[in-house]
Structure formats: structure tokens, C-alpha cells
Write a protein that binds this ligand. Structure first.
Ligand code: GLC
Length: 582
């Protein structure tokens, strides 16, 4: 929660669970004092389940169906009246959540369409008017409570139904703005929020749809303060206010992983939760969906996020009858199975102590134990932990804790020898117990002995925005950036050279549609443009020269950006190499 006029240091205090968290515009003096560790469970939870469910699921065109199809209010009422999820079984949902290994669940109480899936005293546009005619959030809260899983509620500020909500969308020609009063709408929202807290005692209020009003902070602060006074342990996301560091208890990057985690304005780490869809298109039920991330990819996604200090809130959009389709359920169970063995490397861990690892893997930390999640089994069957000054006591796989792995010191690094094969190709976890708290020297990408600079994709920061598609994957002997079709996704490397000189830039990639996709290599702002050429196969990269650059001694930044995609494919990028020009 943001305290206007007070610096980020105070926000940090709030992160640490201090009373400042509840301070609204009036300042800490009048704030109720929340439990000191109110954020602790959330910080340790790491994995939550998001549920987008409402009358829009009947249409099967995602939760924005009403806008997408420009459905008149009158016609949309048909869905509100006829919603009848006869197979909704809250115990089954709780059991699935348990099996998936999630530590909390967040469900939409009211989405942008304005329909409340709970029994609300403040509107008749709620579940009670539907054919189903029974409350949903009450029974769900009870089932989750029985299962020991905290439940939170998503609440949309934007509302396409309430007569007082403003502004209106261009397609809304049938809801008059005459007499509409946004302040009165916020009174309604406030009443519903109080109702949600009083009736169901949620652990989290997860706001959304704030963007049409993100400059009107005062009302939001007042609501936040009021809710905190009702329930001092309640967590509130940033979207009641603004999606910016410094607001709310946690940040909510949507469908992308921030390249280097999330920080407060003063540079301190911020609590954050990336919400993600398992499928490609939409949060609510999409009957036409055919594209789903694979379970190994979702497991790696979870690890990636946790290694950067965040939580993953993974979404499902149940069917209109209340069942969760197998595409979702099966993936949840597979992630849960992985967590059964590897959960200790996820829950309650903190971010990696390594800025980067010289292989395709990620690190999480608990006290004196490092967990190295190996995602691409290295050809030489070793992993190098760069700059690890603390001595290692013991190393073993979580799949076989009884069998120690051998390790040796190699200068500033520690090298652990792995078994022949990866027990789990998605991510095999090596536990590395240290003799003390981890001390690690920062990692720098520097030239090899012959002067060349190697920039493999696993050493890059993967920059992205909402709608990230690109991710790393391991193919046979190499790791590549794959599924690269969003031009906003790009790898970026920072490296140093020790002397000035000209370098030949060579890019190694595999490409399916040779010659059709365009890309650029950008070195310190200078762009070299190229088109993809055919490689031996989509799994085996070829190496292609793209030009020369002159570099001074010192630090440099290199990015590869795609400029044009062909058939949903640009290239599978393996690495960029700078070779001193002859
Ligand atoms: C976006 C969408 C919304 C979805 C939310 C989840 O803001 O508008 O439909 O619920 O993302 O983060």
C-alpha cells in the first residue's frame, strides 16, 4: 500500500510487515496495526491458482466476450439469468488445488461484465438471479478452508453493467450516461467489498480494471484503509491503485516474467506475483483454445519466477457447467507431482544468489542450502556455480537425497558432477548444502582466452511485456530461445571487453522458415539488420555472420530483436558470438 508523500523506505517497512502498511493518506498515526507478519505466508507460498469464472464462460470466448462480440446489455442478461453450473463441486476444486500444490487460490468475484458470482445485498445482478440461484463464494470458501488453502477474491473496478460506472466503452450504446455518478458507483463497490470481507473473510483482495481511474488515488486509498481496518491481515494487490512499484502489498506483472525481478523505487526487492494463463488466449473459458503451455514449460516458469523472488498465480477458466477441463487439470496435477519431490526447493525459498548461471538452470535459496534447478542436462555432466565463495558441505539430487554427488572447487567456482541422465527433464533439482551463508562474487561476461565473447541465451536477461511468448528450452545438446513470436520479447546481454577492437558478429540459430523472418542485432544502440536463413533443422542451429562492430574497452550491451515473424516463427536462437576481426 502506498503512503503518499512518504518515501519508498516506508513502503519497504510495509513489506516487512510494519504498521505503515495500513497507513492511508492520513499517515501511520491513525492506522490500525496489522499483524506483524501479514505478508509472510504470501512471501513463502510461491504458487497460487487463479480462477476466472463467471457468466461469460457460457459464451466460451474469454472473459472479455461482451466487448469482443459487442453484446447488448439486454442480450447479455440472458447469460446472467441462465448461468447454471450444475457440476460445480467446490470440494473437487479444493482437492485439485491441493493436488497441484498451490498454497492459495484467487477467484473472480466480479469481473468487468459486472456480474457478481456471490449473493450480494447491493445488486440483483448476481448469482441469485441465475438459474443456479445459489451462492458460489460461500461454499467455495468453506471447501478451501477445510483444505487449508487461503482464498482471495479478484474484484474488477471497471464495470460494464452498473448504471453509475463511468466512462463508457465505445460499443456501449445501450447504457445511458444520464444521471450516472462515478462516486456513487464507488460507494457501491465499497459496499460490495465490505460485504465480501465480512461474509467470506478472504485472505487477499485482488483488484483489476483500475486503468480508467488510476489517477484518482484518494478514493482508492480510503477504500484500502477501510478494508485494512476491517481485516488487518488482508493483502491487497497494486491494482486498487496503480501498477507501479510502491503501490499495494505486491506487484502483479501480467503474462510476463520481469527480466530481473521487481524492485521498489529505491532499488530494494519488492514482493510480486506474476499471473499467467496456461493457454495462450484469455483467462475465462475459451472453447476454441488449442494452444496450451506444456507442463514442463509451466514448471520451469514457476521456477523462473521463484528464482527471481516472485510468486506464480496460474490461471484456469472453468467451463460453464463448473468443471475444470482436462487441459488445465492434467497440467495442474503434473506440476503438483513435480512439487511433491521438489517442493522444498520452491516453497519458502528466496531469490537466486547468482545473477546468472553458465548453463540452462535457475537457483533458489533456503538458508544455507542452494537449490539448483537444472533444466538442460549439460553435455559434460557437470554444473559450474560461478563465484561461489562459501564452501560446500554436501550435494545431492532431491530425487535421490541418499546418494551424494561429487563436487570440487575450481578457483572461484564450485563444480558439481551430475549423473549420466536427468531424472526429470523439466527441472532436476540439485541441493547444495553450504558450510555458511552463501557468499557469491558477481558474474561478469568477459572475453574467452582467444578474445571472442560468447553470449549464449541462458546468460541473457529476457526482456518482455504483457503477452510474453518466448522461453528457453533445451533441444538435444543445446539450449535455445524458442516460441519467439512477440517482437516485445528480446534477450539482452551485458558484457565487458578488455581492449578496443573490431568484432565480427555471428548469430547461431535454428530456423524453420529460412529467409522469411527479420531480426536485428543491436550493440550499444548500433543496429545490424538481417533475415533468417535456413539451418540444418529446427533443432540444430547454424551459424550466420551479420556484420562487424567496433567496440571500445569496457561494458557493452547487446540485444537481438525480431523485426518480422513468419508463420508464427522467427528463429530458435542459441547464441551470439563476437569474434575479434582479423
Ligand atoms: C487483464 C484483463 C482481465 C484479467 C486480468 C488478469 O487485466 O483485463 O480480463 O482478469 O488481466 O490479470
Amino acid at each position: 500500500m502506498r503512503i503518499p508523500g512518504v518515501s519508498a523506505a516506508v513502503t519497504l517497512l510495509a513489506l516487512a510487515g510494519a504498521a505503515a502498511a495500513a497507513a492511508g493518506p492520513a499517515g501511520p498515526a491513525q492506522a490500525p496495526s496489522p499483524a506483524p507478519d501479514r505478508l509472510q505466508w504470501f512471501r513463502e507460498a510461491k504458487f497460487g491458482l487463479f480462477i476466472h469464472w463467471g457468466v461469460y464462460s457460457m459464451i466460451g470466448r474469454e472473459e472479455w466476450a461482451r466487448q469482443l462480440l459487442q453484446i447488448p446489455l439486454e442480450d447479455y442478461r440472458y447469460y446472467a439469468d441462465n448461468f447454471n453450473p450444475v457440476d460445480f463441486d467446490p470440494d473437487a476444486w479444493a482437492a485439485l488445488a491441493k493436488e497441484a500444490g498451490v498454497k492459495y487460490v484467487v477467484i473472480t468475484s466480479k469481473h468487468h461484465d459486472g456480474f457478481s458470482i456471490f449473493d450480494s445485498a447491493y445488486t440483483d445482478y448476481d448469482i441469485m438471479r441465475s438459474k443456479y440461484g445459489r451462492d458460489i463464494l460461500g461454499p467455495l470458501s468453506a471447501s478451501m478452508k477445510k483444505a487449508g488453502i487461503p482464498l482471495g477474491f479478484y474484484y474488477s473496478i471497471m464495470d460494464w453493467h452498473h448504471p453509475d460506472y463511468l466512462p463508457r466503452r465505445a460499443w456501449e450504446t445501450d447504457r445511458t450516461t444520464k444521471g450516472a455518478d462515478f462516486g456513487r458507483y464507488m460507494d457501491f463497490a465499497e459496499n460490495q467489498l465490505k460485504e465480501l470481507v465480512a461474509k467470506y473473510d478472504p485472505a487477499v483482495l485482488w483488484f483489476d480494471g483500475e486503468w480508467e481511474h488510476s489517477n484518482e488515488e484518494q478514493r482508492a486509498f480510503a477504500i484500502g484503509k477501510m478494508l485494512m481496518a476491517m481485516k488487518p491481515t488482508l493483502l491487497i494487490n497494486d491494482r486498487l491503485y496503480k501498477r507501479e512499484p510502491g503501490y499495494g502489498d505486491f506487484g502483479t506483472p501480467e503474462n510476463f516474467v520481469p527480466a530481473t525481478g521487481v524492485r521498489n523505487p529505491d532499488g530494494s526487492p519488492r514482493l510480486w506475483e506474476a499471473c499467467y494463463t496456461m493457454n495462450w488466449n484469455g483467462w475465462g473459458y475459451n472453447r476454441y483454445e488449442t494452444e496450451f503451455h506444456s507442463s514442463p514449460q509451466l514448471i520451469r516458469q514457476l521456477v523462473e519466477i521463484v528464482s527471481k523472488g516472485g510468486n506464480l498465480l496460474l490461471n484456469v477458466g472453468p467451463r460453464p457447467d463448473g468443471r475444470i477441463q482436462d487441459d488445465f487439470a492434467a497440467r495442474l496435477r503434473e506440476i503438483g507431482a513435480w512439487l511433491k519431490t521438489n517442493g522444498e526447493a520452491v516453497y519458502g525459498t528466496t531469490a537466486s544468489v547468482f545473477e546468472r548461471l553458465p548453463f540452462f538452470g535457475r537457483c533458489t535459496v533456503k538458508g544455507r542450502t542452494l537449490y539448483i534447478h537444472v533444466m538442460g542436462w549439460p553435455a559434460d555432466k557437470t554444473i559450474r556455480l560461478p563465484g561461489l565463495e562459501t564452501e560446500v558441505k554436501k550435494a545431492y539430487l532431491l530425487t535421490g537425497p541418499g546418494r551424494p554427488l561429487t563436487f570440487r572447487r575450481a578457483g572461484k567456482d564450485v563444480v558439481v558432477t551430475l549423473p549420466e541422465r536427468a531424472p526429470d527433464p523439466a527441472a532436476t533439482v540439485v541441493a547444495v548444502e553450504l558450510q555458511g551463508a552463501p557468499v557469491v562474487e558477481p558474474y561478469m561476461i568477459v572475453p574467452e582466452k582467444d578474445g571472442r565473447v560468447e553470449l549464449p541465451v541462458y546468460l541473457a536477461d529476457l526482456r518482455s511485456e504483457m503477452g510474453q511468448r518466448a522461453y528457453l528450452d533445451h533441444f538435444y545438446r543445446t539450449t535455445m530461445l524458442t516460441n519467439w513470436q512477440n517482437v516485445n520479447d528480446y534477450p539482452e546481454w551485458t558484457f565487458t571487453t578488455d581492449k578496443a577492437g573490431a568484432y565480427e558478429v555471428r548469430v547461431s540459430y535454428a530456423s524453420m522458415w529460412g529467409g522469411q523472418a527479420g531480426y536485428e542485432v543491436e550493440v550499444d544502440g548500433l543496429k545490424l539488420a538481417a533475415r533468417t536463413e535456413p539451418s540444418p533443422s529446427v533443432y540444430s542451429p547454424g551459424t550466420f555472420p551479420v556484420g562487424q562492430v567496433a567496440l571500445g574497452a569496457g561494458e557493452h550491451r547487446l540485444r537481438v530483436r525480431i523485426t518480422c515473424v513468419a508463420n508464427n516463427h522467427a528463429m530458435n536462437l542459441e547464441k551470439v558470438v563476437l569474434v575479434p576481426a582479423k
